[in-house]
Design a protein around this ligand. Structure first.
Ligand SMILES: [Zn+2]
Ligand SMILES: [Zn+2]
Length: 178
């Protein structure tokens, strides 16, 4: 089962759409678990952003036994020291990953909000990070969900599905982990 853990304040309606879609993509049950508090410990006042890796560690500690994978979702701007910002981060070969929906809102860029586009972006980022937890790395196919998103343009070009290659890899990895 894939468990979704909201971290800090996040609109629950942003998560409900993820449930059926993630189930469809990974063939696993999906459940929204109790959330974690706002991650003040991860705040960097100079950058005015939150350090992704320290939140990821907290997510990994939520050891729900029934969760094969844990996806943390935050509505805060995330960073790692080497990058200006990140959409998400994953424990490759681990159980946990995190995505930030903050930069997926059109309103982040001063544009009118587009709920459908937003939901699509959330799904793509979630599938991408979960894909990493199954050992998948970045894919050169710009349509594949495992393609690296440098910007939202890349996110909007790719689909929420794995290309044939990645799909086969995922199948193998899932078998391997069982
Ligand atoms: Zn990635
Ligand atoms: Zn691919």
């Amino acid at each position: 089962m894939i468990c979704i853990i909201p971290v800090g304040e996040i609109e629950q309606s942003n998560l409900f759409d993820l449930k059926p879609k993630l189930k469809e993509v990974f063939g696993l049950e999906v459940e929204i678990k109790e959330g974690l508090d706002k991650p003040d410990y991860a705040y960097n006042p100079e950058r005015k952003q939150y350090f992704s890796t320290s939140i990821l560690k907290e997510i990994a500690k939520t050891s729900y036994k029934d969760c094969e994978r844990v996806l943390g979702v935050v509505d805060l701007d995330l960073f790692v020291p080497s990058l200006n910002f990140i959409f998400g981060e994953a424990d490759i070969w681990g159980k946990s990953c995190i995505i930030s929906v903050s930069r997926l809102h059109q309103s982040f860029y001063g544009l009118p909000e587009d709920q459908e586009l937003f939901q699509q972006r959330v799904l793509k980022e979630a599938v991408h990070e979960l894909g990493h937890t199954f050992g998948l790395s970045h894919c050169p196919d710009p349509k594949c969900v495992m393609h690296f998103s440098n910007s939202l343009k890349d996110t909007d070009i790719k689909s929420h599905n794995f290309c044939k290659n990645c799909k086969n890899l995922l199948k193998e990895q899932k078998k391997f982990k069982e």
